[in-house]
Design a protein around this ligand. Sequence first.
Ligand code: ATP
Ligand code: MG
Length: 187
Amino acid sequence: MRLFAAVLPPPDAVAELSSAVGPLRSLPGAGRLRWTAPADWHFTLAFLGEVDEALLPALTERLARAAHRHPPHELRFAGAGRFDDRVLWIGADGDRTALRDLARSAAAGARRAGVEADGKHPFRAHLTLARATDPVPLRPYEEHLAGFSGAPWTVERLALVRSKLPASGVPGERPRYETVAEWGLGH
Ligand code: ATP
Ligand code: MG
């Protein structure tokens, strides 16, 4: 099954961000973007990819330990960015060091369970808001969100999420995320 470790923001923070993102949908080119659903919003800490079900017990054990070693910490949504002209995202402000450390622990824990986390890029906290298959000039979107800084919220849990990719060829269909397990930080 396709898995990733993530932080899921609380409903209030999601609602606030959703209000800020709403107006972007009427910018030129917005129709060519695939917007992520607020209910799906997350910060990926470690992308694990296809994982053999037999490794799940060891993986959950290691991720539980990683969660327990890190205390809850504060974040806020802030700082829009883009990857080329294909991915529009919002970043995080606040205790970003704590988030990065948690991400490293999750990846290291997964590795010890025999699951290699995608390590191509250094960890960069970003929540994907929209994607484009063919490049769309995203700078205006980034600029619209540049001044946005959300209310602080507390990262309380580490989640292991399953991603079920849509059957290929179904236009507009998104992967379905399912939380497989969650662990409170610091306990
Ligand atoms: P889609 O791939 O259909 O656009 P998605 O990216 O939301 O949808 P997944 O590909 O299952 O669904 O990815 C789940 C999460 O992991 C997303 O936040 C995605 O950005 C991230 N992710 C996917 N692949 C990688 C990767 N190779 N390295 C790091 N993060 C990844
Ligand atoms: Mg993907």
